[in-house]
Design a protein around this ligand. Sequence first.
Ligand SMILES: [Zn+2]
Length: 147
Amino acid sequence: MLEQGEFADYTESFPTPRVTQDALPYWAAVKEGRLLFQRCPACRGAIFPPRSICPMCEAGATPAWEESKGAGSIYSFSVVHRPPSAVWRAHAPYTIGLVRLNEDWFLFTEIEGRPEDMAVDKRVQVAFPEREVALPVFRLVGEDAPR
Ligand SMILES: [Zn+2]
C-alpha cells in the first residue's frame, strides 16, 4: 500500500490505493476484510469517500465510522474489453461500476461475474478476494461463482 500522498504506477503492476489522512481507518479495515463508511452525527447522512467534516450540512460535525453490511445494488456499470495497461489484459473482460450500498452511499468498484449477467439494480455483495492489492469488490447475489 502506498504512503499518504504517493501516486501509483499502474503501468507495471496493479494500482495501489492513494491513501488520504481521512481514509486511513477505511484502508485499515479493508485489510481486515471489513467495509467502513462514515455517517454524520448531525444530519445522519452517509458519507463516502471519507471526510473530516460532513459535506452535506452546516453542523461542522466530525463524521463517525460505521461498518457496512456490504449489501447493495448496481447503480451503473461498464464492461472493459480494452484494458488501460498490460497488467489488466489477462483480467479482461471485467466490469467496473457504481454500487449503491443499502446504507445509501456509493462505491466505485469492480463487480465480479460474467459481463452478460450484469444489469442495473441487480443485487450485489462485497467480497475481499486474495489479491496482490487488498480492495473490496462486489459479486452478483445468487449467481454462480466468478470466473
Ligand atoms: Zn451532516
